[in-house]
Design a protein around this ligand. Structure first.
Ligand code: TRP
Length: 456
């Protein structure tokens, strides 16, 4: 057998920071607040928390178990644990899907670069409110500026991934993730102290169950999958770098809890500000980019330095969170090309960069010059997002739970889960988690899938 030396994460802290780095991203700061706004606040959050534990965590543990057992990229994992079977197609699919997600994710990453620059140049503070209102629309619908920012963002991602698992990913996430928590807490403290913030807080804590439609429930589940980076092999790939003596259950729970905590913090940082500014919470994907600058503008009217400082902090938070997630997506393809196609890391990153850049180019232009292009009634960006979040991620998540629950031997799964029986407390959890992996998660995913098909 070919001998490979593989890198691993250095410590439990490093594992959780890297996995939480993947999980915490635009999904928490940009997507979570507008989904919560769209589907009715507190009731949506309750379902999101429940599905995160009951469905998303079992999928994450399935991916983690498969990844660490095989110590391989997604394709290699399937070849390793189920040689010569059709499972290799799952391996291939999950090499491709994170690259597709990265292509539109990187466009939004580019928006955050632009907004950080705008904040530094005091654009939000200097403009009048009419200009602030039209800023977002005119930026994303222009041809080149968003493409340039998409390129800048992707170059940063490629740079970190190129540096490797330990000196790139581990170092970057260990450094930035704690800072991220501090930044979002600063934002939150400021936001809840605004006059009129109370309404926003009530919106997040007082459930209105009448708005909890089947669509909202499916959306809450989709949100927990997206937020934990599930179903496309990112967690699998990161788990393949976890050392054999590490407790994967504890790391998984640590990741899920940090991700959820961060989403809630982001909710409380954004919603009170939205209400304080008299903005409609259901404003959709533009919520963070379109509406918060209004608030920065308002603050800036009396205290320009404060408006500038708050907006810089906010967009640094978004940018860093987006970067740590985007590197986890790029690592999936990189690990595949290096291990299966025997490319060097530079070549692998270069190939992925070109592919993702080109696909992202189309996504970016779909808000402007290519807005007339429709795929099944959606623009290119929306089509890719729907394809990935409603289809590829749920399908991949389902297959990973089926693989860990039914294809792998129970003794092997237990062995990974308890480190060969050495972690006593995990023996206790094994039965519950295994039950969720085998029955509850697959059944529920099929339900979401069908609901999504009916709704679309
Ligand atoms: N979870 C990240 C976020 O919340 C995004 C992300 C990273 C992701 N890797 C993924 C989403 C894989 C889906 C699949 O922003």
């Amino acid at each position: 057998m070919e001998q490979r030396t593989r890198e691993s994460f250095g410590s439990r802290f490093a594992v959780i920071m890297a996995m939480a780095g993947s999980a915490i991203g635009l999904g928490n700061i940009w997507r979570f607040p507008y989904m919560t706004g769209r589907y009715g606040g507190a009731a949506f959050i309750l379902v999101y928390v429940a599905t995160s534990f009951l469905l998303a965590l079992p999928i994450m543990l399935s991916e983690t178990i498969i990844g660490r057992r095989s110590r391989s990229n997604t394709f290699g994992a399937m070849e390793n644990l189920a040689p010569g079977t059709r499972w290799k197609w799952l391996g291939l699919l999950t090499v491709l899907s994170p690259m597709l997600i990265l292509s539109y994710y990187s466009v939004v990453g580019g928006w955050s670069v632009e907004y950080l620059l705008k904040s530094c140049m005091q654009d939000f503070v200097r403009a009048d409110s009419g200009e602030v209102a039209s800023m977002f629309g005119s930026f994303i619908s222009s041809a080149w500026p968003p493409v340039i920012m998409h390129t800048v963002f992707l170059l940063m991602v490629a740079g970190i991934v190129l540096a490797g698992v330990k000196s790139g990913i581990e170092r970057f996430t260990k450094l930035t993730m704690p800072v991220l928590f501090v930044l979002i807490v600063l934002m939150l403290v400021y936001s809840v102290s605004l006059p009129g913030a109370r309404k926003g807080i009530m919106y997040l804590v007082k459930p209105d169950f009448s708005r909890l439609t089947a669509e909202a429930v499916a959306a809450a589940m989709g949100q927990s999958f997206f937020s934990l980076s599930l179903g496309v092999g990112t967690m699998l790939t990161y788990a393949s770098y976890i050392r054999k003596d590490e407790n994967i259950f504890a790391s998984g729970v640590g990741t899920a809890v940090s991700d959820m905590a961060f989403a809630l913090l982001a909710g409380f940082a954004v919603m009170p500000a939205v209400f304080a500014g008299g903005i409609e919470p259901g404003a959709g994907p533009g919520l963070v980019f379109e509406t918060l600058p209004f608030i920065f503008n308002k603050i800036g009217a009396s205290m320009p330095w404060l408006g500038t400082a708050i907006s810089v902090i906010f967009f640094i938070t978004i940018l860093v969170a987006a970067l740590t997630s985007a590197i986890s997506m790029m690592e999936v393809g990189t690990a595949y090309l290096v291990e299966e196609k025997h490319m060097n890391r530079f070549g692998a990153v270069a190939v992925i960069f070109c592919f993702v850049w080109a696909a992202g180019l189309l996504c970016s232009l779909s808000f402007g010059p290519l807005s007339h292009v429709r795929i099944f009634g959606n623009g290119i960006f929306d089509f890719l997002d729907k394809l990935c979040s409603n289809f590829l991620m749920t399908f991949g998540g389902l297959l990973f739970t089926v693989f860990a629950g039914w294809k792998m031997k129970t003794s092997d799964v237990r062995d990974e889960f308890t480190n060969g029986g050495t972690i006593r407390s995990n023996e206790f959890w094994f039965k519950t988690v295994y039950f969720l992996i085998r029955y509850v998660a697959p059944a529920a995913i099929v339900m979401i899938f069908v609901t999504n098909l009916i709704i679309d």
